[in-house]
Design a protein around this ligand. Structure first.
Ligand SMILES: Nc1ncnc2c1ncn2[C@@H]1O[C@H](COP(=O)(O)OP(=O)(O)OP(=O)(O)O)[C@@H](O)[C@H]1O
Ligand SMILES: [Mg+2]
Length: 621
């Protein structure tokens, strides 16, 4: 039989390999910005057109490349940053794999202009589909100017997978922020379709955080700073009152590299526990500096996942450093700093230290705080969701649903797919209260009698369900009426939020919000749904965005679904609000007209039922 194995041509091999590094325009943004940082640039400008689909261009004033290096830079495994395998464990640069430019050149049209400092002439290279089309001398500024055009022009299937411009731009902004946040002493700008979205002057980390996340944080940051021989940690955490519904503003950098780590995030959350409401997320921007030999950053091609030599010790440091910072700023005056001798037996602390070092390390406040019992290595294995399930089970002991009652429709589990909770409450069909007298308890619950007993309805959950179904109908062609504002309010957002809001405008319009972009990340609210009280439009819109970002973490929802849920939540009448008899009656009536009335869109129960016969039994009758 003939041999069947071929070696793939280089450009095809590059296209395949590019898939890991370059998934979307934002991946190229990350790689090109990191190259500029590695080149020692102090000013880095990013330009994108069409959310990077047409153009991603980075201009830096870094050290530039020689003619030969410029050509070499597009070869796979060509790097100036490491020479041998040992170097891999002493990495100080962002790049080291030598494959970013090769990948980009494999899936786009690239133009590079670069000149080394002191040279009179630079080099121009045009390369597409891994093939060099032009290479010639060029007059250019010192540094590098690289453009990636028409990403995936030669891989249409990939190009089709790209999301809407608004969504791709959001990814770009995320990557831009991650690099810009890590290097506050460098100038960064981002322009999209010729309009400057970010202009970040050099400054301190605190200034950079405020430039990016907004002025709201200016008096609300707590400085985190601890130094030991093992590692340093520094940065800022938001005071507890700034915690938001979304975890968007949380950044971890290890040796200046943005990383994603649920584990370290947990450490910070633990430090904040009891200080912030459940389901809310504190802002933090934390930098860990650690000997690179204690890390493996080559776990994933995008380098956003890393492995620590000893994760637990890092967890303990992070948690106690944050806790200590919060305590120092007397955010938590009652913290108890009890010492625990067991820390001295932790390998990572005791082994690399001389006695002298150990002595000085034990003097630091960090050492003292992270030795607190039950905190250093303690991870709550029982998630909140688990507790929820337990609660539901307990509640349902009272419900004792009898599914075989005549006339009872079968449990419609449509929502269970979205629900993290077990959907165990039977629907309220045929349980409609037969009396129109409703009692409101604790300004949160509506008590109503029905044929078989009585029901306790959670007013907010019920309203969320009603609104959700109303909005879903609106999307099917019955837009919510817009009430024009007499005095339109302006709303100013962070660049990232502005991009997000732009993406949502058409759907928001159907749902009753008439919002117009006003340039410079501001918008004007021209109209809002009739139920939103006059003067409250701005606040409601901000809350919707906040909640939307919260849902954004869950990729299983469509954009529209997330918006519907956010709005239903935002506009629902909150627990603690007095309802008149008439209002209760309307709410219960509307709840009955819903297709599903036993759960909120997110799967929380809407009501509990107490059966008369069960109650009788309990009273010995
Ligand atoms: N903006 C730039 N200024 C100067 N030199 C650059 C620039 N961009 C790339 N280079 C040079 O080209 C080489 C290849 O870049 P490339 O991004 O492909 O690989 P890398 O940065 O070494 O590793 P990684 O694939 O992990 O990013 C770099 O090692 C560097 O020497
Ligand atoms: Mg690189």
């Amino acid at each position: 039989m003939a041999d069947i194995i071929n070696l793939l041509p280089e450009n095809i091999a590059n296209q395949i390999a590019a898939g890991e590094v370059i998934q979307r325009p934002a991946s190229a943004v990350k790689e090109l910005l990191e190259n500029a940082v590695d080149a020692g640039a102090t000013e880095i400008r990013l330009f994108v057109n069409d959310a990077g689909k047409a153009l991603v261009q980075v201009i830096d004033n870094g050290k530039g490349m020689s003619e030969t290096d410029a050509r070499m830079s597009f070869e796979r495994h060509a790097t100036s940053k490491i020479k041998n395998i040992d170097d891999l464990f002493h990495i100080k640069t962002m790049g080291f794999r030598g494959e970013a430019l090769a990948s980009i050149a494999g899936v786009a049209q690239v133009e590079l202009k670069t000149k080394k400092s002191g040279e009179s002439i630079g080099t121009y290279i045009e390369i597409e589909n891994s093939l060099v089309k032009t290479q010639e001398p060029v007059a250019t500024n010192e540094g590098t100017n690289i453009s990636m055009k028409n990403l995936f022009f030669n891989v249409p299937a990939r190009r089709n997978f790209l999301k809407s411009n608004a969504s791709e731009l959001r990814h770009i902004v995320d990557e831009f922020i991650r690099v810009a946040m890590a290097f506050p002493d460098l100038f960064f700008s981002l322009s999209s379709n010729g309009q400057e979205v970010f202009h970040l002057e050099k400054g301190s980390l605190k200034q950079r955080i405020i430039q990016i996340l907004g002025n709201n944080y200016s008096a609300k940051l707590v400085s985190v700073k601890e130094e030991t021989d093992y590692m340093n940690i520094y940065g800022f955490a938001g005071k507890p009152e700034t915690a938001k519904k979304t975890r968007g503003d949380q950044y971890f950098f290890v040796n200046n590299r943005f990383i994603k780590s649920a584990y370290l995030n947990h450490a910070v959350m633990n430090a904040f526990s009891e200080m912030i409401a459940k389901d809310s997320f504190p802002m933090y921007t934390l930098f860990i500096d650690i000997d690179p030999s204690r890390l493996d950053i080559n776990v994933h091609p995008t380098k956003q996942e890393i492995k620590f030599e000893d994760e637990k010790i890092i967890y303990a440091f992070v948690q106690s450093a944050v806790k200590h910072a919060l305590a120092q700023y007397s955010v938590t005056p009652t913290l108890d700093f009890e010492l625990d001798a067991s820390i001295q037996h932790t390998d990572a602390v005791s082994k690399p230290f001389t006695t002298e070092k150990q002595f000085s390390a034990t003097g630091t406040s960090l050492y003292k705080t992270f030795t607190q019992k039950n905190q250093a290595h303690f991870i709550d294995s029982k998630s909140d969701l688990g507790k929820w399930d337990d609660n539901l089970l307990k509640q349902n002991q009272f419900v004792t649903a009898k599914r075989d009652l005549p006339g009872e429709t079968k449990f419609d589990n449509e929502n269970a797919f979205f629900s993290p909770f077990k959907n165990t409450t039977p629907p309220l069909v045929n349980k409609k209260p037969d009396s129109e007298e409703y009692i409101q308890a604790h300004k949160s619950f509506i008590l109503a009698q029905n044929g078989s007993g009585f029901v306790v309805i959670h007013q907010q959950n019920a309203h969320e369900r009603v609104l959700y179904e109303r909005f879903t109908e609106a999307m099917k062609g019955k837009p919510i009426a817009i009430q024009r504002s007499l005095f339109p309010e302006a709303i100013e957002l962070t660049p990232a939020d502005a991009v997000l809001l732009l993406e949502l405008l058409p759907d928001l319009h159907i749902l009753g919000y008439l919002v117009e972009p006003f340039g410079n990340n501001s918008f004007v609210i021209q109209g809002s749904p009739a139920d939103v009280p006059e003067g409250n439009e701005k606040n409601s819109l901000e809350k919707i965005l906040e909640q939307y970002k919260h849902f954004n973490m869950d990729m299983s929802f469509s954009k529209r679904e997330k918006l519907l849920r956010s709005m239903a939540w935002q506009q629902s009448v909150k627990a603690g609000t007095y309802l008149s008899g008439k209002e209760m009656q309307v709410l219960v009536e509307e709840l009955f007209n819903c297709k599903i009335n036993n759960t909120t869109p997110n799967g929380k129960p809407v009501f509990l039922e107490f059966k008369k016969e069960e109650l009788d039994k309990m009273f010995g009758r």
